[in-house]
Design a protein around this ligand. Structure first.
Ligand SMILES: [Zn+2]
Length: 278
């Protein structure tokens, strides 16, 4: 039976798990972007559109994956968000995820840098490449990296080879108490993805290609998205695959509000047992 995905609501039930900070591993040079509110300072190399790869007329009939309203007790997001720093870091090693533990970052329980591709999918911000290795925007809490590793596996199955995001961690504002763990971007637990590139060179630009319909809810059946271009379908499938796999506690798409017109916001929430899909 095809069932629209149950839409959650914000439930303020998440409580801090009191994660201790991992031992400092490596100090990093100062990041010039520490004070900027958002990561994008340059656009990616021009993304090739469907017209340029010869599939401008491709129209794909919408056939989204089946979703289920049944609760799942062991969703990956739930498990990852409950991991201790030590358990998370052990899992990074066990999965051979290329990474480097970094020294303390305000608001982040276990800050980590990704140092290579995940399942042959590269993840990077839109910053010039020399700046990426030291930008705060490319820091993740360890737990988010586990979810992104799962996401990469799904993306690889769709021939995606590159993910470009605005930011993951965003340093909390001045006055944020030392020692407090942040949520969402403040805690390195969320990522804003704006672009994907496929093996055949097609660029998927969320702002240009998603083409949200008024009131559209991701993965829900119903009017009007009956037909769409390859790019808009591919972006919906990316979002729906991640949602269906319960990789993140929150998934916000361009249909949600104007702020999200140009990216997918994927987020883990410490201790959460809820899911928000909009
Ligand atoms: Zn976000």
């Amino acid at each position: 039976m095809r069932v629209p995905l149950a839409l959650g609501a914000w439930i303020v039930a998440g409580t801090s798990l009191g994660w201790g900070h991992a031992a400092a591993v490596s100090a990093e040079p100062a990041d010039p972007h520490d004070v900027a509110p958002r990561g994008a300072s340059t656009l990616p190399a021009e993304l090739v559109s469907e017209a340029q790869v010869g599939s401008a007329v491709a129209v794909v009939t919408l056939e989204l994956p089946e979703t289920s309203a049944e609760p799942r007790t062991e969703a990956p997001a739930t498990r990852y968000a409950a991991l201790t720093n030590e358990a998370c870091e052990s899992e990074l090693v066990a999965r051979a995820i290329p990474h480097r533990l970094v020294g303390p970052k305000r608001g982040v329980a276990a800050p980590v840098r990704l140092t290579g591709p995940l399942h042959e999918v590269s993840f990077h911000t839109l910053l010039p490449s020399p700046e990426r290795g030291r930008s705060s925007y490319e820091l993740f809490d360890c737990r988010l990296l586990l979810a992104l590793d799962d996401l990469a596996k799904l993306l690889a199955a769709q021939d995606v080879v590159e993910v470009m995001y605005y930011s993951a961690y965003r340093p909390p504002p001045a006055g944020f108490p030392d020692g407090r763990l942040g949520e969402r971007h403040d805690g390195g637990l969320a990522i804003d993805i704006g672009y994907f590139r496929t093996k055949d060179g097609l660029g998927l630009n969320v702002e240009r290609d998603y083409q949200a319909f008024p009131g559209e809810r991701p993965c829900a059946q119903g009017p009007p998205p009956k037909q769409m271009t390859r790019s808009s379908f591919a972006l919906r499938k990316i979002a729906c695959d991640a949602i269906e796999a319960r990789l993140f506690n929150a998934a916000l798409t361009p249909g949600y509000d104007p702020t999200h017109r140009d990216h997918f916001h994927f987020e883990l929430s410490a201790g959460a047992g809820w899911f928000v899909v909009r």
